[in-house]
Design a protein around this ligand. Structure first.
Ligand code: SAM
Length: 237
C-alpha cells in the first residue's frame, strides 16, 4: 500500500511558467502496476477536498483530514501488519518540523514499510538551529525535540569550541547541514531500527541552499540498492 502523510492538494502550479505539475499522491496513483490501497492524509481540509475532486470516488483510496502524526499511528499503520503479509511505501513530505519521531520509530519497528522522508533542513535552520541558540522560541525547541525524538539533537547540532584565554571559556559552534543530516541517518538506523538508510540527497533551491535532504529508510537490501542507484544519478545533478 501507498501511504502519504503530508499529501497536499494533488496538483501544484509552477509560479514561473504557470504550468501544473502532479503532486506525490497523483504520481503514486498513476503507477503501473498500481498499489493495492492508498492512504492520503493532509491537515488542510481544502487540500483534501481538492484531492478528492481530482481522485474521484475509488474504493482503493482512503482520504483523511487531520494530523498525520495521529492518523498514521491510529488508523493507517495498523493496516500494514507483518503477520497479515501487508507491505507499504510511506512518503513523509512535511514543509517543516511537523513530524513526530514516533511515526518513524513505529514504522521502523513494524518492519513492513519503506519510508521516504524529506528532512526539513531549511525550517530547522530558520526556527530551531540558530548559530546563537539562546533566542530560539520554546515551541520551536519543542518541535525540534518532537521531530528528533529526544533532546540529543542539541549535542549533535552544537559542539564546544574551547576559547583561547586565561579563563578556559568554552563557546559552541554549529554543525554543518551535512553533519546534522548524518546524525539523523544514524538515528534512523540505530534507534528506529531501519536496516538500511542510504546517504540522503540534498535538495537545493535556486541559490543552491539546501532546503531538505531526501532520505530513504528500509529493511530490504534490494529496495535500498535501487534507491541508491537513483540517488546517485540525481544527487549529482
Ligand atoms: C510539502 S507539502 C506536501 C506536498 C506533497 N507531497 C506533494 O507532492 O504535493 C506539505 C503538506 O503537509 C500538510 N501538513 C502540515 N502539517 C501536517 C500534519 N501535521 N499532518 C498532515 N498534513 C500536514 C500541509 O497542509 C501541506 O499540504
Amino acid at each position: 500500500m501507498y501511504i502519504d502523510g503530508f499529501s497536499g492538494p494533488g496538483v501544484h502550479m509552477v509560479k514561473k511558467t504557470g504550468e501544473f505539475v502532479l503532486g506525490s499522491p497523483l504520481n503514486a496513483l498513476g503507477i503501473v502496476p498500481p498499489f493495492r490501497e492508498h492512504y492520503l492524509i493532509d491537515l488542510d481540509g481544502d487540500k483534501v477536498e481538492n484531492l478528492r475532486a481530482l481522485v474521484g470516488s475509488r474504493s482503493d483510496v482512503h482520504l483523511f483530514t487531520g494530523d498525520c502524526n495521529k492518523i498514521l499511528l491510529e488508523r493507517v499503520f495498523p493496516n500494514v501488519r507483518w503477520d497479515q503479509y501487508r507491505r507499504g511505501l510511506c512518503l513523509l513530505d512535511p514543509y517543516g518540523l511537523h513530524l513526530d519521531w514516533e511515526v518513524l520509530a513505529t514504522a521502523g519497528r513494524m518492519r513492513t514499510m519503506d519510508v521516504f522522508l524529506n528532512f526539513p533542513t531549511m525550517d530547522m535552520n530558520r526556527n530551531a538551529l540558530w548559530r546563537s541558540p539562546g533566542g530560539v522560541a520554546t515551541e520551536d525547541l519543542a518541535r525540534m525535540t518532537a521531530f528528533w525524538g529526544d533532546e540529543s539533537w542539541q549535542a549533535q547540532a552544537y559542539r564546544p569550541v574551547p576559547q583561547l584565554g586565561l579563563f578556559g571559556d568554552v563557546d559552541t559552534e554549529k554543525a554543518s547541514n551535512d553533519e546534522i543530516a548524518e546524525a539523523f541517518r544514524k538515528r534512523l538506523r540505530d534507534v528506529a531500527g531501519f536496516a538500511y538508510v542510504p546517504k540522503p540527497i540534498p535538495m537545493r533551491n535556486s541559490t543552491r541552499a539546501v532546503v531538505y535532504y531526501l532520505f530513504f529508510a528500509s529493511h530490504k537490501s534490494v529496495a535500498t540498492k535501487i534507491i541508491e542507484h537513483i540517488f546517485e544519478r540525481y544527487g549529482r545533478m
